[in-house]
Design a protein. Structure first.
Length: 568
């Protein structure tokens, strides 16, 4: 295609009535002071969105607009430009047109970048306009570091073979991050984990190899395998970073450290455990810059959300969130706290560990080694005149009774409990030794939740459910199941070939209404379970999961795997 003409972005937006003259003048003045790119100033000021800028350029230059969210970019095609070139030019090679390369550019008016791209590709270039944020996200996703990680692992393996007596503790203390192969390897692992949206990194010594796996959307994926001999060096470096005892290899240890990955602050919770072939390390990655989800963005059904907000407005009572590890309980609780976090309320949390720092909230880390237990901190917190208390987990009878008593004496108490569903939670509290009257009077709401993987929008396609899946949908949705159109993800570059991209919550809620409270005071647990189940009819985990299938958000197989299977 011919070389694009030089145009002024601000003038284009004004001509297309997306920007006023006053907004343009102010943005130009701000650009002079800060030196930042004009388009970024427009977006950050809220004048236009990135898509509006891209579509305006598309109309002006008469070139196509490509939404990368729905475009499957092949890595072998994109690799025609190196990662450094793609980032510098803000461009991505999208497809081979035969006589030319289709290249997506965030700013096709950058003629210097266009000329350089033509020179590098050595073929005609057909320009398309793409949004800048989705372009950068695509670059992070496509330019995987798997090869680099394997290469660094081999480099470290070779160095160990040449110098078997190397003291990596001294190496980590004296060499820079760039000079130490083990540090380079870890840096690449963290960057790859961030690009792939991994929540956990598993470094596991096997009998003949060292494997590194990432947990993405709740599922473990093998990242790379390497020589087992590099495992001690990796573990030693990580222990130094987490300030753990490097001489102790027989006992599990827990630590924490912070790293900066792709301009993001990442809080890393690290756990080591001795296994048969060496120390296994698991690291939970908590991105501090992501921010907490608001209650309205959790995916909770509107009727449940309204009830939860109603309870949050009350001065006292207990709210319990239940579910297995990794089901999003902490996210729900933090979102609830953020909803009521005002200067008029004093909020204290008792956690193990403190996962996210929230401004304006007093957060306490439990320390079992010095007898700073949940119960002890909770009793002390009640003397700090709080309005709201968050207890990380109801672990024992003392903590349960203290929390229930706090809810009875004018405090709003939040906590978690490990139960399979909402209706069994009050019964579990009774099993832990809580007085029946306390459970009936203090408990206001029980939320049970799970996380299901969401179908990738970029590669969604129709799916014909299996007979068992169709029967499950009929059981969950009734007659509406006959008209349900199911989808699946085929797998593309946007979802790393999995067919899923991200997760959302499924919920069920038990509200302690008068009939439920009366049943809780009944000596027979079966009576309470029957009344509670009747109250939740049509609002269970299974029903919510089936509803997501009907809306094309997840697959029947995923919904059946994650949701509870008991009948309403």
């Amino acid at each position: 295609m011919p070389r694009p003409d030089k145009v002024r972005l601000g003038e284009i937006l004004v001509q297309q009535k997306l920007l006023s003259d006053a907004q343009l003048a102010g943005s130009l003045e701000q650009q002079k002071r800060s030196g930042r790119r004009l388009g970024r100033i427009f977006v950050e000021s809220g004048f236009v969105t990135e898509d509006e800028i891209a579509q305006a350029l598309s109309r002006q230059l008469q070139v196509p607009f490509v939404n990368l969210k729905y475009f499957d970019v092949r890595s072998d095609v994109a690799s025609r430009l190196s990662e450094t070139q793609a980032r510098r030019f803000r461009a991505l090679v999208l497809e081979d047109l035969g006589s030319a390369w289709r290249v997506g550019m965030a700013d096709p008016t950058d003629l210097n970048a266009y000329d350089e791209i033509v020179r590098v590709l050595r073929r005609d270039v057909s320009v398309a306009v793409v949004g800048e944020s989705v372009l950068l996200a695509a670059i992070d996703r496509i330019y995987r570091r798997t090869t680099e990680i394997s290469g660094l692992a081999q480099e470290l393996q070779a160095e160990l073979a040449e110098s078997p007596a190397v003291d990596f503790g001294t190496l980590g203390a004296t060499l820079s991050v760039e000079e130490a192969p083990v540090a380079k390897l870890l840096q690449s692992v963290f960057e790859e984990a961030a690009a792939m949206r991994a929540s956990d990194i598993h470094i596991e010594p096997m009998e003949t190899r060292l494997q590194i796996r990432f947990r993405i959307d709740g599922v473990l994926h093998l990242q790379t395998e390497s020589d087992l001999r590099i495992a001690p060096a990796l573990v030693l470096r990580l222990k130094l970073m987490a300030d753990l005892d490097i001489s102790e290899k027989r006992l599990p240890q827990d630590g924490r450290f912070n790293v900066r990955v792709r301009s993001q602050a990442v809080d890393v919770r690290m756990s080591t455990m001795p296994t048969q072939f060496g120390e296994s390390v698991v690291m939970r990655l908590l991105t501090q810059t992501t921010g907490l989800l608001g209650l309205d963005h959790l995916g909770m059904p509107p009727d449940m959300l309204a009830k939860l907000k109603g309870v949050l407005a009350r001065p006292s009572g207990m709210v319990l969130v239940t579910g297995p590890t990794g089901s999003g309980k902490t996210t729900t609780l933090y979102s609830a706290l953020s909803e009521i976090n005002t200067l008029a309320r004093k909020i204290i949390t008792v956690e193990d560990p403190v996962e996210y720092r929230i401004p304006g909230i007093n957060q306490v880390q439990v320390q079992d080694k010095i007898d700073l237990s949940f119960d002890r901190v909770l009793r002390s917190a009640l003397r700090q005149d709080p309005d709201v208390i968050l207890v990380g987990e109801m672990r024992d009878q003392a903590t349960v009774e203290t929390g229930l008593r706090a809810a009875l004496t004018g405090h709003l108490v939040f906590s978690t409990l490990h139960t399979n569903d909402a209706v069994s939670t009050p019964v579990r509290l009774l099993d832990m030794g809580a007085p029946r009257y306390m459970v009936a009077l203090s408990l206001q709401l029980v939320i049970a939740q799970r996380l299901v993987r969401v179908i990738c929008e970029s590669c969604a396609a129709p799916l014909e459910p299996a007979p068992a899946e169709r029967a499950w949908l009929a059981l969950s949705l009734g007659a509406a199941a006959e008209h349900t159109r199911c989808l699946r993800g085929r797998g593309c570059s946007n979802c790393n070939g999995t067919g899923f991209l991200g997760r959302t919550g499924i919920y069920e809620m038990l509200e302690m209404t008068r009939p439920v409270v009366e049943a809780a005071n009944h000596a027979d647990p079966a009576t309470f379970i029957r009344v509670g189940t009747e109250q939740m009819a049509g609002r269970t985990l299974r029903h919510h999961a089936a509803t997501l299938v009907a809306h094309g958000r997840t697959t029947p197989a995923e919904a059946m795997k994650v949701s509870s299977q008991w009948a309403e």
